[in-house]
Write a protein that binds this ligand. Structure first.
Ligand code: ADP
Ligand code: MG
Length: 212
């Protein structure tokens, strides 16, 4: 944990109160480095191990940018597996408690597509999912990304290991070019550098070695 408190950031009081209720007073090292850049609107490459608090980095940034009255999807989070997507969605729901009515939907493979289409008809501010199923929905036009302002690649190295590079590029081509793109990864192989160069614009890189 760093010595810096969330209250050092220019965050709404309601969000600070919620973070406090979750037991988050001090930022983790990656949060301390990444959040000011993210809140300034920068694209971001964040390299940090599991358990370092990366979800709150993109969660806080994304939630503050949502227009709740607009039910179009405004944020897309891509994860390698259904388990990780579920974990991320749960953490986002906790972080979203400072405000009402944020709809967060998970769209993963291994689940029937019908109910997902039904949920999408009601709108979802944030979609968290795995690349294969997100691509399916884009192909069917049951998911649209025209109003997405934040794209998150969580555990990007694992997604590339699983062969999702082309799917990720295809998905991102459906989002506006004017957007904020945030890439999280535990490792930074050449394949990630290549992907970053193609989909991020003037990114800031932050890196922490230890877990906290
Ligand atoms: P990562 O994605 O880097 O593996 P997570 O975002 O899943 O890490 O966070 C790991 C754990 O740390 C979660 O249980 C989360 O609730 C907790 N956590 C995150 N940020 C803080 C914080 N600032 N203070 C206390 N706990 C935190
Ligand atoms: Mg994570």
């Amino acid at each position: 944990m760093s010595n810096t408190r969330f209250s050092n950031l220019d965050l709404p009081q309601s969000m600070l109160a919620n973070l406090d209720s979750l037991g988050y007073q001090h930022m983790t090292a990656i949060q301390e480095q990444a959040l000011p850049e993210l809140l300034a609107g920068k694209d971001l490459i964040a390299k940090a191990k599991t358990g370092s608090g990366k979800t709150a980095v993109f969660g806080i940034g994304t939630l503050l940018k949502l227009n709740i009255r607009n039910f179009a999807t405004q944020s897309l989070v891509l994860c390698p597996t259904r388990e990780l997507a579920t974990q991320v969605a749960n953490e986002l729901r906790k972080l979203a408690r400072f405000t009402e009515n944020v709809k967060i939907l998970t769209l993963c493979g291994g689940q029937s597509i019908g109910p997902q289409i039904g949920s999408l008809e009601h709108g979802a501010h944030i979609v968290v999912g795995t690349p294969g199923r997100i691509k399916d929905h884009l192909r069917k036009k049951t998911l649209r990304l025209e109003q997405v302002h934040t794209v998150v690649l969580d555990e990007a190295d694992r997604m590339l290991d699983m062969g999702f590079a082309d799917d990720i590029r295809d998905i991102i081509s459906h989002a506006p070019s004017k957007r904020q793109t945030l890439l999280f990864s535990a490792t930074y192989p050449k394949s990630i550098a290549k992907l970053s160069a193609d989909i991020l614009v003037n990114p800031v890189t932050v890196e922490v070695e230890s877990t906290h």
